[in-house]
Design a protein around this ligand. Structure first.
Ligand code: BJ8
Length: 425
């Protein structure tokens, strides 16, 4: 038995079913990523991580667990990584992005639940994802109804902490969220046995800000008229950012940025001069959901920005550093997380449409694709307001709904191609 299989067996995984996933993933990855010669050489690190996504990082996490460290699995960008790091914990993202896990999720969830939730629950219950087996604690949040209820089901199987997210940004909401952060800090410290201190909080804030700066630098490169990296490659970097060690990730992203800045200086672009520049907004694209980027970029356009949680919402706005007290650090986290992330779970949520319009201008896009996962009521409903605002601003927009299957790929391609033709006129 090879090392990975031994680890998966020790984690109590369903090896036979998991092998089916391992067989399908390399082909899917190869189809999307290994068909272009234009990828930066420095993508080598991210390709290596993706090629062994259930082996490399899980093995590291297991090693850390053996040393006594605790792993926290999260599902949403509202959960502050800083709190976990400050208690000597390790964070791993858990959002499921594959159709492979959906049927298992449907055994306990209504079929009209969004695929992200079904895949996440299916990955845990079906014992086919090592990250879901390794995490010592899952950290949920009260964003959408589907997630809230799914956490009750997951909570029967694994220790679960829920952060109660207010759905507004009024002063009383800010107070409520800072209370939630404090509560979570206590829980995290209890689990790891190493409660956060002012010093560890300030250190973890600095580490996460450095990661945010590296990702912002990557996105800055994508604004250039010569696009130095494909949307597919940029998306893969973002997806891996949810799993990887933050300091290593920062170093690797900066390595890519060095190469991209050289490409910009050399006038090198991965896209044709007249390729339409597209911004994607909407629900997150959890790994390995590469479908829409692949369709857009194999239709002659290039994705230059994602206004979603696997895009700008993940890294925009830093947390104030060098806080003088734990209370001040909690306030700084509250401001960054509740004050600045514009998820459709808020009502009202005008900041998101403002963000999209601003980003559309900054990235000089020719059109916006508002892409939402099927059965996501929040983003689907907000789509009406977002698309109307974009039309008012004279920015072409196409609304699309999809799931994790490939059954709609051709239909999506037809609609994307028609949109690209329309904005080329
Ligand atoms: S901050 S976008 S990561 S909640 S797609 S599960 S909303 S039904 S993912 Fe999200 Fe946090 Fe908001 Fe971002 Fe529900 Fe919609 Fe599914 Fe969603």
């Amino acid at each position: 038995m090879d090392k990975n299989h031994q680890m998966w067996q020790d984690l109590g995984m369903d090896l036979e079913t998991h092998d089916q996933l391992c067989e399908a993933l390399p082909a899917a990855f190869g189809d999307v990523f290994l068909t272009s010669n234009d990828s930066p050489d420095t993508m080598d690190y991210f390709y290596a991580v993706a090629a062994d996504i259930h082996g490399l990082r899980p093995a590291e996490l297991v090693e850390e667990q053996k040393k006594g460290r605790k792993i926290f699995g999260t599902f949403c960008v509202f959960v502050p990584d800083e709190v976990i790091l400050a208690s000597d914990g390790i964070v791993t993202g858990l959002c499921g992005g594959s159709q492979f896990w959906v049927p298992e999720g449907e055994t306990v969830l209504p079929a009209n639940t969004c695929p992200l939730i079904k895949a996440s629950v299916g990955a845990r219950l079906g014992r086919t994802c090592p990250f879901f087996r390794i995490a010592d604690m899952f950290v949920g949040e009260t964003t959408c109804d589907g997630k809230k209820k799914a956490y009750e089901i997951l909570g029967e199987d694994v220790p679960m902490h829920i952060m109660h997210l207010p759905h507004g940004k009024r002063p009383q909401d800010m107070q409520a969220w800072s209370d939630e952060i404090r509560l979570f800090m206590d829980q995290a410290g209890e689990l790891t046995g190493k409660p956060a201190t002012l010093e560890t909080l300030n250190d973890s804030i600095r580490i996460m800000n450095e990661k945010r700066r590296a990702l912002a630098r990557l996105y800055e490169c994508r604004k250039n008229e010569n696009v130095p990296i494909s949307g597919r490659d940029a998306l893969l970097i973002m997806q891996i950012a949810f799993f990887d060690d933050p300091e290593r990730l920062t170093a690797q992203v900066n390595r890519v940025c060095d190469e991209l800045e050289q490409r910009i200086a050399d006038g090198k672009s991965v896209a044709a001069k007249d390729a339409p520049r597209i911004l994607i907004t909407g629900t997150p694209l959890a790994v390995p959901n590469w479908k829409i980027h692949n369709i857009i970029e194999s239709s002659g356009a290039v994705v230059v920005c994602e206004e979603n949680c696997t895009g700008t919402r993940y890294f925009t706005h830093e947390v104030a550093e060098d806080n003088k007290s734990v209370e001040e650090a909690i306030d700084a986290l509250t401001d960054r997380y509740l004050g600045n992330i514009n998820c459709a779970c808020f009502t009202p949520n005008p900041g998101r449409a403002d963000d999209i319009v601003r980003l559309a201008k900054e990235y000089d896009v020719d059109g916006v694709i508002d892409l939402n996962l099927k059965f996501c009521n929040l983003y689907d409903t907000e789509g009406y307001l977002v698309e109307r605002r974009l039309s008012d601003e004279g920015i072409p927009v196409l609304g699309l709904e999809t799931d994790y299957t490939d059954s709609d790929a051709e239909q999506l391609r037809t609609r994307v191609e028609a949109f690209l033709e329309m904005i080329a006129d």
